[in-house]
Write a new protein. Sequence first.
Length: 125
Amino acid sequence: MPLQRVVVAVLTPLMKMTPLASSFHLIVVSAERYIAIVYPLHYETKFTDRTLKWALFAAWATGIFLGMTHVLWLINADLSKCTLIPAQYHLVDVLAYISTFISLFVCYGKILVISRVSVAVSSRN
């Protein structure tokens, strides 16, 4: 029984950490591309190496923190049940993925609008 508790305590956060960190990483990448395309002359001043490192650190730290909070539900969990984590807590995952979708939609939507406007302007000339 203790081995089962250790395996569940290790695998559950890992299964939550990596997707959350990846989704936050996608937000950082899309924001970086957005700044590079929308503000090309200010890109180097707004998105320095230091800013990039801090943004990536924040994305991974947030993903790891949210993944590790699943361990709190496993402290006194009954391993004989199928649901170890209450259903309400999965709302955190849903909100994280919705925020990723919205930020990607906004960033790449704005990039698409800018590219269409520039094509329209260049075709008029």
